[in-house]
Design a protein around this ligand. Structure first.
Ligand code: ADP
Ligand code: MG
Length: 266
C-alpha cells in the first residue's frame, strides 16, 4: 500500500509535541483512612516558549501539580506527556533520568548545600553526566554568569544574600539545559525588589526560548507571565492569556553580563 505523506496534512514532518500535555490528571494522598484528593482531573497543555503563572489559594493543588510536572511524584490516574514522552507510565528510575535531562526546578527554599561553593552547588546535577570536571565547571560558570553571579562563584551560601542564593539555585536548575523550567513560589522568601530580579531572570530565560511554569499567589508577579492559570480545589478554574505582560528590569548591575551571554547555549 502506498503511503501518502501529504495525507496527514503535515508534509511528512512530525508535529512538535507540547512541552506539557496532561489529561484528567488526579492525585490522591492517603493518610491512614483519610484520602486527600489534591488533584481532581486537571487538563492542560503548555507549548514550547510559554511563560505560565499558576495561581490559586493555598491548598488548591499547585505544588502537587508542579511535583507531578517535575517528575518528583507520580499521578494517581491520568496522562502526562512531557515533550511527547508518556512519563505517567514510567517507573521511579526512568523518572529520575527524565528529571535530570529535561527539568529545572526551583522552590521557595533555595536548598543549596551549605558547605559547598556556589560553583560546586551549580555543578552538582552534572556529576553523573559523564562530562569531565573541566567541562562541568565550564558549564557551571556559564550558568552562574547567566544569572549575573560569575563573581560569586567561590562564595558559600552563607556569604550570599537570599536573592543571590535563589539565583544560584536557578543556575543549578539551568546547568543541564532543561526543556522545562518549574518554579514553585521562588520569590516567597524574598522582598519585593529582590523578587523583581528573580522575575527578570525568568523573563530573560523565557525570551531565550525556555518554557517556564511559575507558581505564585501574588497577582503582581503573575502580571509578568504570558498566561495565567488559576487552580481551585484541585482543578483548573480559569486559563487566560496575558497579552501584555509587564517587562521586568534587571537591577542588580549585571545586565550587561546577562545579554553578553545571550547567544550562548549551555
Ligand atoms: P498548594 O501548593 O496549592 O498550596 P498543595 O498541592 O500543597 O497545594 O496541597 C493540595 C492538598 O493536598 C492540600 O489539601 C494539602 O493539605 C494536601 N497535601 C499536599 N501534600 C500532601 C502530602 N504529602 N500528604 C498529604 N496531603 C498532602
Ligand atoms: Mg504550594
Amino acid at each position: 500500500m502506498q503511503h501518502d505523506l501529504q495525507s496527514n496534512g503535515l508534509n511528512g514532518k512530525r508535529p512538535i509535541p507540547p512541552v506539557i500535555r496532561v489529561e484528567q490528571l488526579t492525585k490522591n494522598y492517603y493518610m491512614g483512612r483519610t484520602v486527600v484528593a489534591a488533584l481532581r482531573g486537571v487538563n492542560l497543555q503548555v507549548q514550547r516558549g510559554e511563560f505560565v503563572a499558576l495561581m490559586g489559594p493555598s491548598g488548591s493543588g499547585k505544588s502537587t501539580f508542579m511535583n507531578l510536572l517535575g517528575c518528583l511524584d507520580r499521578p494517581t490516574s491520568g496522562v502526562y506527556l512531557l515533550d511527547g514522552l508518556p512519563v505517567s507510565k514510567m517507573n521511579a528510575n526512568q523518572l529520575a533520568d527524565i528529571r535530570n535531562q529535561k527539568i529545572g526546578f526551583v522552590f521557595q527554599s533555595f536548598n543549596l548545600l551549605s558547605w559547598m561553593t556556589a560553583l560546586d552547588n551549580v555543578e552538582l546535577p552534572l556529576v553523573y553526566s559523564g562530562l569531565s570536571r573541566a567541562e562541568r565547571q565550564r558549564k557551571a560558570q556559564l550558568a552562574l554568569s547567566i544569572v549575573g553571579l560569575k563573581s560569586r562563584a567561590h562564595h558559600r551560601p552563607v556569604e550570599l544574600s537570599g536573592g543571590q542564593q535563589q539565583r544560584v539555585a536557578i543556575a543549578r536548575a539551568l546547568v543541564t539545559s532543561p526543556s522545562l523550567f518549574l518554579a514553585d513560589e521562588p520569590t516567597g522568601n524574598l522582598d519585593s525588589q529582590t523578587s523583581m530580579q528573580i522575575i527578570a531572570i525568568l523573563q530573560e530565560l523565557n525570551a531565550r526560548g525556555l518554557t517556564v511554569v511559575l507558581v505564585t499567589h501574588e497577582p503582581d508577579i503573575a502580571a509578568y507571565a504570558k498566561r495565567q492559570v488559576k487552580f481551585r480545589d484541585g482543578r483548573v478554574l480559569e486559563d487566560m492569556p496575558n497579552p501584555l505582560p509587564i517587562v521586568a528590569r534587571l537591577n542588580f548591575g549585571h545586565s550587561a553580563q546577562l545579554s553578553e551571554e545571550k547567544q550562548v547555549t549551555l
